[in-house]
Design a protein around this ligand. Sequence first.
Ligand code: AKB
Length: 315
Amino acid sequence: MKKILVTGALGQIGTELVVELRKIYGEGNVVATDIRKTEHPAVEGGPFEIVDVLDGKRLAEVADRYRVDTIIHLAALLSATAENDPLLAWNINMNGLVNALEVARERGCQFFTPSSIGAFGPSTPKDHTPQDTIQRPTTMYGVNKVAGELLCDYYYHKFGLDTRGLRFPGLISHTAPPGGGTTDYAVEIYYEAVKHKKYTCYIAEGTYMDMMYMPDAIDAIIRLMEADGEKLVHRNAFNVSAMSVEPEDFAREIKKHIPEFKMDYQVDPLRQKIAESWPNSLDTSCAEEEWGFRPNYDLEAMTKDMLENIRKKLN
Ligand code: AKB
């Protein structure tokens, strides 16, 4: 049975991942850690420790106390926040990652950390973006993600550490809100549709980005971590996505359930510029071939589920 430590456990991915991992591997076998403690099932359902990923000694101490053999490193700043404070982003995103990799290396742990569509830039082919292609991002977040992909490859080749990772698109969930991302609009739109039947979108009409529903993202992490390592050619940065969508696509789908729904635009130049530097749609064939990636939710199924769950939550 795996013994897993998760950093950033109270973030958008962590809150759902910890709950799911505990169902599979047992409550006591998943140690949730974050820089702060709040009331949440990810805190209450099993071991929780306060850990700042910039404090490598503390991270090592917690890893030893629970004798973990797997580290899932999620603590990071997202794209828009990173662009507003690039040096803070460099510090947290890079030094946090090195600390987590070192703790994993010293203990021979299996290791996962997410990359992102942010690892691509304006010179990357925009449509059906290949797995292996030009990566010259123009954001600090993107620079961090490319460096992180390479660093994880390095730890695998140099030290034989079993590092694995996914390039996530915008992740949509009704459980935990994202914070400071460029794709956050795709979550906000559902909440605003249920609460106010209208939404002012900060991303311009016609801006395509990849998206995925959180249950598919969680499933992808677990599947990749369980996959036969011998079959993995691209260990650290698999393109994954379930849909390529523009804001109008969400609005059209929401209107099928809430006919009065209206959307207008007030474009945020910072996030629009970031969005325009990212791909329209990823080619996910390597993830499909090497470890069987297969998302279950398309825009229609996700919208139905999001609206149902948000209504339940707000009632
Ligand atoms: C962001 O918008 O920063 C993230 C991402 C795509 O990595 N959701």
